[in-house]
Every structure is written in structure tokens, then in C-alpha cells.
Design a protein around this ligand. Structure first.
Ligand SMILES: [Zn+2]
Length: 152
């Protein structure tokens, strides 16, 4: 009797240092994985890297999973409150979602294109397409509900 081999379950993790999208066998997620490009440790879950406008374009083209983008600035208090919440969300939804941040003081291309008025502003892309947005330093429970209809 023949059975088709099951594809190896993998988890998608974006390297916060170099931006490389790594696929890690799920069974080896806790074996101290390193980035295939720059060898940075990917052991910690919920790492949220900063991308510039060009980096975000590349990520939206290449990401095999949904992308959540936090538009923030260093001087913004609510942004600092939101940051650990989104790290928690990134860890919880690992494998289904990548979370990155755009510093709106340095990169304004996407922020102006998307009509970002106040920060923090959080925008969700699925398959490279913009599907939802919310703003404010809201709790993790809010973001779980925000994501639920869009993630498989
Ligand atoms: Zn890397």
C-alpha cells in the first residue's frame, strides 16, 4: 500500500535583522533556529522587525502569510504601549502572520498612500492586498478579533 508522503509542516519566520523569510520545520521550531541568510537567532517568538517602504514592498510581494504593519514613531507614547501587544500577537499567530513596523518619521510612502492620519495605525495585508486597518493602542483581545476573519 502506497501513501503519499505528508509535506513537512513549516513555520514562516521573518528575520528581524536582515528581513529574510525563513521556513522552519515546525518540529524543530524550538531547536534554536537561525536565519538562513545572516545566521541571527530566530529562537525568540514575536520578534517585530522594522522595515522601510522598499522593504515593505518586497515583503508584501514575497510573504506566504498575511502581513500586519504597525505604522509608528519613536516619540509616540501610544505606539510604545502597543509595541509589546503586537509582539504578543506576532508570537501567538506565528506561522499565519508576519508583523513588522514602519517608522513614519523616516518612511512616509505607504503611510500617505494608505491615508494614515494618527499613529499607531495598524494595517493588514493578505496575499499582498490591503484588507483592513485599525488605529490606537488597543489590547491583544482586540487584535485577535481584528485578525480572525482574515486569517485561515
Ligand atoms: Zn537574517
Amino acid at each position: 500500500m502506497e501513501t503519499n508522503p505528508q509535506p513537512v509542516a513549516t513555520t514562516v519566520v521573518r528575520c528581524p535583522q536582515c528581513g529574510r523569510i525563513n521556513r522552519i520545520p515546525s518540529a524543530r521550531r524550538d531547536d534554536g533556529p537561525k536565519c538562513g541568510q545572516c545566521r541571527s537567532s530566530l529562537a525568540a517568538r514575536g520578534q517585530v522587525g522594522v522595515v522601510d517602504d522598499a522593504g515593505l514592498t518586497t515583503l508584501l510581494e514575497r510573504s506566504p502569510v498575511a502581513v500586519l504593519v504597525d505604522f509608528y514613531a519613536d516619540w509616540c507614547g501610544p505606539c510604545r504601549m502597543l509595541a509589546p501587544v503586537l509582539q504578543q500577537i506576532a508570537a501567538e499567530f506565528e506561522g499565519r502572520l508576519l508583523v513588522v513596523k514602519v517608522d513614519t518619521d523616516r518612511d512616509q510612502g505607504y503611510a500617505s498612500q494608505l491615508g494614515v492620519q494618527g499613529i499607531p495605525a495598524v494595517h493588514l495585508f493578505v496575499g499582498g492586498r490591503h484588507v483592513a486597518a485599525e488605529s490606537g493602542a488597543r489590547p491583544a483581545a482586540f487584535w485577535r478579533e481584528f485578525l480572525a476573519p482574515h486569517l485561515s
